[in-house]
Design a protein around this ligand. Sequence first.
Ligand code: C5P
Length: 238
Amino acid sequence: MKDSISGKKLLDVVTIDGPGGSGKSTVAREVAVRLGYTFLDTGAMYRAVAYAAMRSGLPVVESRVLAQLLKTLDIRMMYAKKGMSIFIGQEDVTTRIRQPDISRLSSDFSTLKSVRAFCAKRQRRIGIAGNVVAEGRDMGTVVFPDARWKFFLTADPRERAERRWREDRERGIKSNLNDVYRNLVGRDHQDAHRSISPLQPAPDAQLIDTTHLSVSQVVEFIIGDIRTDQEKIFFENA
Ligand code: C5P
């Protein structure tokens, strides 16, 4: 369907970008459930690539070995009632890729052009059919510039670290709040300053500061915005 103002063909995709701990994963998952859309956690893809590269003993540089690994890397997202699982071949890596060592390494590997091309291609393939909520860093800017709805979540870094620390605990991952804070701020800096697809809001994204908002308040805002837009489209085409 085309946008009535620009005349551009838009995808029925909701992009939710932002730094770690801004609440985007929880919010995106809930928005996807409410809309009956597929939830696409693109960070999990970068984490799986970093884990595979680490296991093969690869340094964070472009190389023939890395290119070869990406050529044969079989990453699968499996959706079930309890949530999304991620597999490399037959191995379930869902929990392993959430460990702090992979958090940092995924940010390192995601600076490489070949890794970004590998992930973006798969993400685009999933989203092109529409009815997807895609969560990440460059969804609204690079992977789905033609998404119909774009949001960028931010929050105070201390608040984000506390949220990530609580999330880790719920997942059974032991972490120290100060380490989580340092890791998060370091990754933010690297993600925002890399030369390819840096973390930044798309010019047409709505910015939401979630520091003092609950998950349900953010979800309600996003759903309300999408529903209003959907009604507008419905009446325009009636
Ligand atoms: O969102 P999450 O913390 O799981 O992402 C892990 C890392 O993957 C981020 O720090 C970021 O460097 C990278 N990433 C990215 N582009 C995305 C999603 C994640 O560069 N779309």
